[in-house]
Design a protein around this ligand. Structure first.
Ligand code: HEC
Length: 109
């Protein structure tokens, strides 16, 4: 893991994993089961690979409604810097399964 991804991983643990990771750990109880609309775990490449970097940055900065998604996805544009949001995007790309292949054109559902 490079520095950028490592930084994204830490931010994920702090801000995102509580909703995006369905597994609870001793340090963190997952909120996933309580959410009416289920977020995708960041490993789910099928969900994230068809989103562009701009889409990811938009939904992280402005929340679900930026992409006509649920408002249960909060906006982080005031909490996180541009660098931090980009680090999160790098992290999401890194853990993606199937792996993210930049340049691949995915059809939108
Ligand atoms: C309070 C719960 C919550 C937190 C915290 C949260 N999210 Fe989400 N997120 C959601 C929900 C719910 C959706 C699904 C919205 C939809 O599909 O309508 C979502 C959707 C997304 C999506 C679109 C792909 C998908 O899963 O459908 C991305 C990208 C995303 N979140 C990134 C993040 C990042 C990065 C963080 C941390 C900075 C974060 N989220 C924190 C609830 C959350």
């Amino acid at each position: 893991m490079g520095y950028q991804e490592q930084f994204g991983f830490q931010l994920n643990n702090k801000y995102c994993a509580g909703c995006h990771d369905p597994e609870s750990t001793p340090q963190r109880v997952s909120n996933y089961e309580n959410l009416e609309v289920k977020p995708h775990p960041f490993t789910e490449g099928d969900a994230f690979n068809k989103m562009s970097d701009d889409d990811l940055i938009a939904i992280i900065s402005h929340g679900g409604p930026a992409l006509k998604r649920s408002g249960l996805m909060p906006p982080y544009g005031y909490t996180l810097s541009k660098n931090e949001i980009e680090a999160l995007v790098s992290y999401v790309r890194l853990v993606s399964d199937p792996p993210y292949a930049p340049g691949t054109v995915y059809t939108r559902k």
